[in-house]
Design a protein. Structure first.
Length: 279
């Protein structure tokens, strides 16, 4: 499924958390982990030592690990885009926060990667418990009724089939504005309720992949809180969501909802920017 799993490290323990989920995926699909690190010239030796120690401490048995640590004056996101472009079907697995010898906050690096690429990126927010990550758990897919949000469905379908996830489609209904999401879905008043929308999408996805697909409407005044509460209550293993626009994490599904989900999710978030949003 993936030719390689790319894990950017910056010398921080926060960034190194990405090694465990990357190893879980790599073992499942027999792909190598490619660890990359970039720093200013005077920090490269320190970064090499830190990366070597982090790899040694991680549980990477049974996984081929390739390491590249180089000096650079260019944006780290640009270097990562080059690595991904050189090997098609790569997956980036990285922390969305952290600061080490790269001289760059990983949040801005993640934004840059999403702004430059359309393939999925697996992000670990500051509240993500990497020990919870597993293959075959619950995969939650938030939808907002837009074509962009629904563009994540083929990716969620692929992960469900290959990694045996149990997919669940969810939408957040604001009690103070009932029917708003449903009116946006399919662009008409006949779209029905939020429940009928996610029910229909779940049935369509189930028919396509031959797997039972759950659905739910989360009633909450705030979308982020509603989704995060559901992730915790349902013991979700993964979230899959699409971005809006070339600005990456700055504008995501339902405005800043997915940005909030990434930062507060207890599990990794698979983020995707659809090709039709290319500027």
């Amino acid at each position: 499924m993936f030719s390689q799993i790319v894990v950017p490290l910056d010398g921080s323990a926060v960034a190194a958390r990405a090694l465990r989920p990357a190893a879980v995926i790599a073992r499942s699909v027999d792909s190598p982990i490619v660890v990359v690190g970039y720093a200013a010239e005077h920090y490269v030796d320190d970064l090499r030592r830190q990366v070597a120690a982090e790899i040694s401490d991680a549980e990477l048995s049974g996984v081929t690990v390739q390491v590249t640590v180089e000096a650079t004056t260019r944006p780290v996101s640009d270097r990562l885009a080059e690595v991904m472009d050189a090997t098609p079907n790569s997956l980036i697995c990285m922390s969305s926060t952290g600061r080490g010898r790269t001289g760059a906050i990983f949040g801005s690096v993640a934004e840059g990667v999403l702004g430059a690429r359309f393939g999925p990126v697996l992000l670990l927010g500051p509240e993500c418990d990497v020990a919870r990550f597993e293959l075959g758990g619950r995969l939650v897919v938030p939808l907002d009724g837009s074509d962009t949000s629904e563009s994540i469905l083929p990716i969620a379908a692929g992960w469900s089939i290959v990694f045996h996830y149990h997919p669940e489609l969810v939408a957040v209904a604001d009690p103070s504005a009932p029917g708003v999401l449903a009116a946006a879905a399919r662009g008409g008043a006949d779209a029905g309720s939020e429940s009928s929308y996610v029910h229909r999408m779940a049935e369509e996805l189930s028919d396509e992949i031959g797997i039972s697909v759950d659905f739910d409407v989360l009633h909450h005044d705030h979308a982020v809180e509603g989704i995060v509460e559901h992730l915790r209550d349902s013991d979700a293993a993964l979230v899959a969501i699409s971005t809006h626009g070339a600005t990456g994490l700055a504008r995501l599904v339902a405005g800043s909802v997915a940005m909030g989900v990434v930062h507060r999710s207890p599990c990794p978030v698979l983020v995707h920017r659809p090709p039709h949003l290319q500027e």
